[in-house]
Design a protein around this ligand. Sequence first.
Ligand code: NAD
Length: 278
Amino acid sequence: MSFEHVLVIGAGQMGGGIAQVVAASGRQVSLYDAAPGAVERGLAAMGKSLEKLAEKGGADPADVLGRVSAADDLVAADLMIEAVVEDAAVKANLFHRADELLPPEAVLASNTSSIPISSLAAATSRPDRVIGMHFFNPVPVLKLVEVVRGRETSDETAEAITELAREFGKTPAVANDFPGFVSNRILMPFINEAVWALHDGVADAEAIDTIAKLGFAHPLGPLALADLIGLDTCVAIMNVLREGLENERYAPCPLLEELVAAGKVGRKSGAGFFIYSQ
Ligand SMILES: NC(=O)c1ccc[n+]([C@@H]2O[C@H](COP(=O)([O-])OP(=O)(O)OC[C@H]3O[C@@H](n4cnc5c(N)ncnc54)[C@H](O)[C@@H]3O)[C@@H](O)[C@H]2O)c1
């Protein structure tokens, strides 16, 4: 399997970062987003990130950006990496459309944080070529790719995607297809518990994050990390864990849901648990 042309769907925080990493590896990227202006915003963010990396000896920004083109809709490619909103129905619909439009040998990957890969594979006629390729935020910086094998993902697909992650300069780790996989089975209940601590008045947000940073040697506290991920995404992941693992202990803390309802979804909206200047 060779992946010379990659279609990235979703040009938000993750899709933009994924497009950047794919283009930096020398491959052609088509970037599609359903929201007007989203691809342009994604390209602008990519430009800023590449400038910063170039100051530290990274690739020529113009060269990398020259390999990314905006697409008005899904286009044929060797590989799709889907990074749209964490909503199972929206993703399944995209997988169904991609299955119809992309060549039969193309691999369809999702950057989902939590949604079972087999449920996306079921929307296609090629479940052996459907896989999870879960990058971490910020994509150009963090080294991990959690490769998630669906029930029917073939060995050939899993090996090719694991090797591709290495070619992106990442370290792959393979997980099986459970809600939240490994990363969010561990991380999201930790974040949710930190939100409960704030909700219950155990400490203020600053103190909660200081305790985690200095006490556990985490680079970011759980509340700042939730703001970085996006509180809307955190709620969506908790709901996948709650429904998929059939356990109410994974219910999102009401404070998380209140902030999302108020439009305070974290960094991308300028405010969440903390305030950010855009
Ligand atoms: N934020 C994180 O830290 C993080 C980390 C790993 C994985 N993820 C996963 O990556 C995915 C994207 O998260 P994000 O943080 O980039 O979200 P985001 O809100 O920044 O971006 C999502 C983008 O998807 C677009 N979109 C929505 N529906 C679409 C559709 N039907 N077709 C095309 N585009 C559509 C939106 O317009 C938006 O630009 C989610 O599945 C999330 O769980 C997020």
